[in-house]
Design a protein around this ligand. Structure first.
Ligand SMILES: Nc1ncnc2c1ncn2[C@@H]1O[C@H](COP(=O)(O)OP(=O)(O)OP(=O)(O)O)[C@@H](O)[C@H]1O
Ligand SMILES: [Mg+2]
Length: 373
């Protein structure tokens, strides 16, 4: 059990003139489950490996349990790391694989026995202990890798894409298992994935990274509802947030956003004020709206603060309960998530509405949020 603090952590690999991790700051609390998420190459594994001590820290300070550990060797950091490829010893049984690290540390046999059987119980591996890895399923192998980490009672668990070799169904099952494991072990977990769904469902907090930069650290819900920037807005959520470029204009005393002369988007009064005050009038902005907030008008009378879009169905993807309607607005390709009860065919005319309160606005040059609802 320990908190993990990263202060202005940077990483520059030798021979690379760019920083792979730029100024990473986070205060991970004891027993917290934090997920690092971002596209391939953004620096997730590098950050995790620096925490593990497998990679030098170029600049900054790393504290585990209040102690500065930049120069402490991996084996003395009291952490355990689980990798994507399990790295089990094929000639050893499940029991021997789990016991291996403890044996190396000359742990007495009765204690090894006790720890391995406890871990096997937690992971549902009790009847597999005598088997060799090749006789196990992918999910079971991954559990053995977890077991090997558990028996060491580490202060911190580090996991780098531990589920990416599993098929989709097993991945979902193992997600739940790892979340349960975290509850049971009451230990700090730092988990790396490039899969936003995995991050959203597992992390108490998620760190969204891009090109070595931390774009946002937040609860999954906040990152979803209040993205700080265009990148987070589009990275979190599936299908992703619709983004259009539009011009902020004043018409009859109201500030609206004109999207390619095809749509005048209504805004909340508070947002209109902010746009005026911050000098956005007559400038372009990015406007974002999540597909689930675009719904059919179905002839219902509209209150103020709604924008109505008339368009044609380009494609309708039936997902079961809901249908993703693809439609165009000028050069923008947009998606609405609507209830499947009204089937839609291609080229059918549709009338959709966007509530002003569900609109996100981003600055064109900084891509930072201007204001959210
Ligand atoms: N040992 C190394 N020497 C030089 N550059 C490296 C080294 N390891 C990684 N890099 C570079 O650092 C960047 C970040 O790599 P990292 O493995 O941390 O990314 P990641 O976010 O884990 O990506 P992925 O999702 O593909 O695993 C990449 O551009 C990579 O090429
Ligand atoms: Mg990686």
């Amino acid at each position: 059990m320990a908190d993990v603090v990263l202060k202005n952590i940077q990483k520059q690999y030798s021979g690379n003139d760019k920083l792979t991790v730029k100024d990473f700051n986070i205060d991970i609390k004891d027993k917290e489950f934090v997920v690092l998420v971002g596209p391939s190459g953004c620096g997730k594994s590098t950050t995790l490996r620096m925490i593990a001590g497998l990679e030098d820290i170029t600049l900054g300070e790393l504290y585990i349990d209040g102690k500065l550990v930049n120069d402490v060797s991996p084996k003395d950091r009291d952490i355990a790391m689980v990798f994507q490829d399990y790295a089990l010893y094929p000639h050893m049984t499940v029991y021997e694989n789990m016991a291996f690290g403890l044996k190396l540390r000359k742990t007495p046999k009765d204690i090894i026995d006790k720890k391995v059987s406890e871990a096997a119980k937690i992971l549902g591996l009790e009847s597999e202990l005598k088997k060799k890895p090749k006789h196990l399923s992918g999910g079971q192998r991954q559990r053995v890798a977890l077991g090997r980490a558990i028996v060491r009672n580490p202060k911190v668990f580090l996991m780098d894409e531990p589920l990416s070799n599993l098929d989709a169904k097993l991945r979902v099952e193992m997600r739940t298992q790892i979340t349960k494991l975290h509850k049971e072990l009451q230990t700090t977990f730092i988990y790396v994935t490039h899969d936003q769904t995995e991050a959203m469902t597992m992390g108490a907090r998620i760190v969204i990274m891009k090109d070595g930069d931390v774009m946002q650290i937040d609860t999954p819900q906040n990152a979803y509802e209040h993205p700080n920037n265009l990148f987070v807005a589009q990275f979190i959520g599936s299908p992703q947030m619709n983004i259009m470029e539009g011009k902020v204009v004043e018409e009859n005393g109201r500030v609206i956003i004109d999207v390619c002369d095809k749509l005048k988007v209504e805004l909340l009064p508070r947002i209109q004020e902010i746009l005026k005050e911050e000098g956005y009038l007559d400038n372009n902005v990015y406007l974002g709206v999540r597909p689930e907030y675009i719904s059919e008008t179905e002839g219902s009378s509209l209150e103020n603060e709604f924008t109505v879009i008339k368009s044609k169905v380009e494609m309708a993807e039936m997902m079961g309960f809901e249908t993703y309607i693809h439609f165009n607005l000028g050069k923008n390709k947009l998606i609405a998530r609507v209830n499947s009860s009204n089937t839609k065919s291609i080229d059918e005319e549709i009338s959709l509405k966007i509530p002003a309160k569900n609109i996100h606005l981003f600055d064109i040059s900084t891509e930072k949020v201007i204001t959210t609802n």
